[in-house]
Design a protein around this ligand. Structure first.
Ligand code: PLP
Length: 339
């Protein structure tokens, strides 16, 4: 960050490129190719100030063409709010162990689908390779779009890595959405869209009511960090650190929790879900955890349609906790969730 203020980087004091700094876009394109199998040029990338800013931009681009969006039936609050604000009709897609139910997509009549295929948020399943191919085929036949939110695709601990939908797409139907919030830190507020050529053209023709919202200073900092190879080193280190934390979490659960509870979505990402079968509902699980000084989070709030709420299921994050806190947290939860 100090280097941003060296004389040759004077342009960080200006508003910056509407699409995001070109030098950063070069780094992101190369990173996405290597790590996520995304095929794009730096010109296809639009930097944003967080996923919701990027989705807001994208929905502006789609609004005239798309009336109905089919979405995984559990989505985070920000996405749900944006879909509503842009006036899209939403069709829920039921979730199975290998991702969305394709029959629901075929019946949706939608012109776009919103998915988190690497690690469904919040349920954590991965969209299978077979379903990816069928979804792409559907999008090609219907001339529909697939919005691929790959918010934490970098952290996968088991099984074969599955390439992004964008990397499998030959027809320009996938919009890839990414963020540095998980791989680095949310306080950078830097996200990006990878647009297919047709939407890129539309972005260029669009009247823009504001300038680029991601700070050129932070964009420059990130570019220098990536260019020097430090980001790649950071990623390698964090992947093994998070895997270790996840293993400690699963081991503590096996040791202290009752046998009939379920762990959901532990193959990737920075959170897991726990489903209890002890008669306590979601609110009771959260309230008892809070009394014990442990924060666990609801999953019912993510239901796209009221009524599709999973029973007694809570979310636990482990990315920012020490091994000791993880173990202690599980011991306390097992204690207060008994009976
Ligand atoms: C599905 C999903 N997308 C994106 C993000 C990150 O959003 P942002 O880039 O605004 O930090 C999150 C954060 O938890 C998320 O759950």
């Amino acid at each position: 960050m100090n280097r941003c203020f060296w004389p040759e980087n004077r342009k960080v004091f200006l508003y910056g490129d509407l699409q995001g700094e070109p030098e950063l876009r070069v780094e992101i394109a190369s990173y996405l190719r290597q790590i996520r199998g995304v095929h794009c040029t730096p010109e296809q990338i639009i930097i944003g100030a967080g996923t919701y800013h990027s989705l807001d931009l994208l929905f502006q681009l789609l609004r005239d063409e798309v009336k109905t969006i089919a979405s995984e039936d559990a989505v985070n609050a920000g996405t749900k709010a944006l879909l509503g604000q842009h006036g899209f009709e939403c069709r829920p897609l039921r979730l199975e162990a290998d991702g969305i139910k394709l029959e629901d997509v075929y019946e949706s009549g939608a012109q776009a689908v919103y998915v988190t295929p690497s690690h469904q948020f919040p349920f954590g399943m991965t969209l299978s390779a077979g379903k990816r191919i069928r979804l792409l085929k559907w999008a090609q036949e219907q001339q529909a779009y697939i919005i691929e939110n790959d918010y934490d695709g970098e952290f996968r601990y088991g099984g074969k890595p599955i390439p992004s939908l964008q990397g499998l797409d030959n027809g320009g139907r996938v919009v890839y959405v990414g963020t540095f919030s998980k791989v680095l830190t949310p306080s950078f507020r830097i996200s990006y869209l990878v647009l297919p050529p047709m939407l890129l053209e539309r972005f260029r023709l669009m009247r823009h009511s504001y300038d680029q919202l991601a700070s050129p200073i932070l964009q420059k900092t990130l570019q220098l960090f990536m260019q020097a190879g430090d980001f790649e080193r950071h990623m390698r280190k964090m992947r093994s650190l998070y895997q270790r934390k996840r293993d400690i979490l699963l081991q503590a659960i096996r040791q202290h929790m009752p046998e009939d509870m379920e762990v959901i979505g532990a193959d990737s990402g920075l959170h897991i879900l726990i489903r209890m079968h002890n008669g306590l509902d979601e609110a009771q699980l959260i309230a008892r955890a809070k009394q014990a000084g442990v924060a666990v989070y609801p999953t019912s709030t993510y239901a796209l349609v009221p009524g599709l709420v999973p029973p007694s299921t809570v979310l636990l994050g482990f990315g920012g906790l020490s091994a000791e806190h993880i173990r202690e947290g599980i011991v306390r939860l097992a204690d207060v969730w008994r009976d």
